[in-house]
Design a protein around this ligand. Structure first.
Ligand code: ZN
Length: 138
């Protein structure tokens, strides 16, 4: 069995963003040489997400509005976690959008359904953060 590990780094210039990381994951897959197996992609920070959905800007706007309704950034003082920092909303947004995805690898490609793409969701940006890519298979 082959194994492969890589960290992808992000330094998002805004507080929140969604980034399509499918090309980077496909590059990892190619580098791994795995033809049949599984790929795990997870955020290594507790205020960021990795998720699979459609690459459609309207939907990303809708996600952002929906998350801001569920866990508004302000007023900052509404959260107990914000005694000392101010990213409680980011922890909650990440919890809803998820930590990781697992995708099947078939014949050397990501075995996706129609429109499926992998995204990095940033909820407390303007600093360096990592995503782990782990691939196992033959
Ligand atoms: Zn925090």
């Amino acid at each position: 069995m082959k194994t492969y590990r890589k960290e992808l780094w992000f330094d998002v210039p805004s507080r929140r963003a969604f980034i399509n990381i499918t090309p980077q994951v496909e590059a990892c897959l190619k580098e791994s040489g795995v033809m049949e197996g599984l790929v795990l992609v997870n955020a290594m920070h507790i205020t960021a997400s990795v998720f699979i959905n459609d690459d459609e800007s309207g939907l990303h706007h809708d996600f952002d509005v929906w998350l801001e309704k569920l866990a508004p950034y302000e007023p900052v003082q509404q959260y107990r976690h914000n005694r000392g920092e101010e990213n409680a909303d980011a922890h909650m947004k990440r919890q809803i959008m998820g930590r990781e995805v697992v995708a099947a690898i078939t014949k050397g490609k990501l075995d996706f359904g129609p429109w499926e793409q992998i995204f990095y969701g940033e909820f407390d940006g303007m600093r360096k953060k990592r995503v782990l890519v782990k691939i196992i298979g033959e």
